[in-house]
Design a binder for this molecule. Structure first.
Ligand SMILES: *Cc1c(COP(=O)(O)O)cnc(C)c1O
Length: 409
């Protein structure tokens, strides 16, 4: 989107503001579909946690997407958006047996990632088809917080536990209809992905009633110019070919599933905030914006890079800035960043603000959360109102205290 459009939207809807470009979400979806066009049955299940606005879910539903969910609340959002339960997969980690049973009762595909729950669930509901999440122990991803396939990871059933897993399936007589892995975000390398795929294929041969093989996500998107990104065309070509030969060996044509979050929505998002103050110190120039990590926590949480542009003065001479938020704690969006000269009142735009930005926002410092706008067919549509002070107090139960009685000794 262009600076002019974004400024207009900030003017119309007020800042700080999240803007999502529907066309970018659609083109990413089509790109993935196209890369795997040689696979007979492809299923793309959008990972709701990346950006869970119901209008975004509806946009993806219109594209033919299914959903990947990690909580019963996300399942409910999906149902509200009109998704059929069988197009939703539920991949929780460490949730209660009760929640899993509740989701299963809704007709949603269950994906179980530990042997304890698998055994309990299989014993009680042997007829409910279950997918199993395997941990192939592949090290992938640049950030240890979002790399989930390694040996110490809490995710998935370890590939080394396969004999125990098979015994549980046999003893309970449960029906395993899918096999899944999600090795974490930011897999750079197609080779690593294919290696993990081999482990999954090998494991899949032990299960006779499979309907799908789910490779999760891990597609890396670019955050800055010349950034490395997953070569989706190359992955599509190689994995499709391998998947098709696997299906021949398996004896049946299965569905190939993915659950991208970032890949579909990251680059579609723009976060716009006003500069309240430019503060020159002895060591740097701070640009203090009308927002903080309550609205966009990724840089503080795991050092994510978000490209920042001064859309009020895009052609200005570049200077070095530390862009900081108003939260009363260290709250740094970017240090020593080259940005076109900033004046107080200028609007800054953060790129890659579609995934894990609004969905991780909070009310810390008792601040309201921003509005969200979907840019669709040349027009900005409000898809979430800015919160108000009432949203801050809504669930508080306010106690009254009698005036303290002075006690005399
Ligand atoms: C978070 C998550 C995803 C999406 O990951 P991205 O890096 O955003 O594509 C997919 N599957 C599962 C199980 C997840 O937890």
């Amino acid at each position: 989107m262009e600076a002019k459009q974004l400024l207009q939207l900030a003017d119309e809807f007020g800042g700080p503001l999240y803007v999502y470009d529907a066309a970018k979400i659609q083109s990413q979806y089509r790109k993935l579909e196209k890369a795997f066009s040689k696979v007979g049955n492809l299923r793309i299940n959008y990972a709701v946690k990346a950006l869970s606005n119901i209008s975004i879910l509806k946009l993806l539903k219109q594209m033919g997407s299914g959903l990947d969910t990690v909580s019963i609340e996300e399942v409910r959002l999906g149902l509200l958006a009109g998704f059929a339960p069988e197009t939703i997969i539920y991949t929780p980690n460490g949730v209660s047996m009760e929640e899993i049973e509740e989701v299963a009762a809704l007709g949603v595909q269950i994906n179980i990632d530990n042997l304890s729950i698998l055994e309990q669930f299989g014993a009680k509901h042997p007829k409910t088809p279950v997918c199993i999440r395997i941990n192939p122990h592949i090290m992938a991803g640049g950030n240890s917080n979002i790399s989930v396939g390694h040996i110490d990871s809490k995710f998935g059933i370890s590939i080394h536990q396969l004999p125990h897993l098979l015994r549980i399936v046999e003893n309970t007589g449960m029906h395993i209809n899918g096999i899944h892995m999600h090795t974490g975000s930011d897999i750079l390398d197609v080779g690593v992905f294919l290696y993990a795929a081999e482990i999954l294929f090998e494991t899949a041969m032990h299960f006779k009633e499979l309907e799908f093989v789910d490779f999760g996500s891990g597609f890396k998107v670019p955050y800055k110019k010349d950034d490395i990104q997953t070569d989706i065309e190359e992955l599509g070509k190689k994995l499709s070919r391998r998947f098709n030969t696997f299906c021949e060996a398996y004896g049946r044509e299965l569905t190939l599933a993915f659950e991208p979050g970032k890949f579909l929505v990251s680059e579609a998002g723009f976060f716009i905030a006003k500069v309240n103050v430019v503060k020159q110190t002895t060591s740097t120039v701070f640009a203090g914006i009308d927002s903080g990590f309550n609205h966009l926590i990724r840089p503080m949480l795991y050092g994510s890079h978000h490209f920042i542009e001064n859309i009020s003065n895009p052609k200005g001479k570049e200077r070095f800035y530390s862009v900081v938020g108003y939260i009363c704690e260290t709250d740094t969006f970017a240090s020593n960043r080259r940005i076109a000269e900033i004046k107080e009142g200028d609007m800054l735009c953060f790129r890659n603000a579609g995934a894990y930005c609004f969905s991780m926002s909070s009310n810390y410092n008792s601040r309201v959360r921003p509005a969200e706008v979907l840019w669709y067919e040349g027009k900005g549509h409000l898809i979430r109102q800015r919160e108000t002070f009432e949203d801050i107090t809504r669930n508080q139960v306010i106690m009254d205290f009698e005036p303290a009685v002075a006690t005399t000794a």
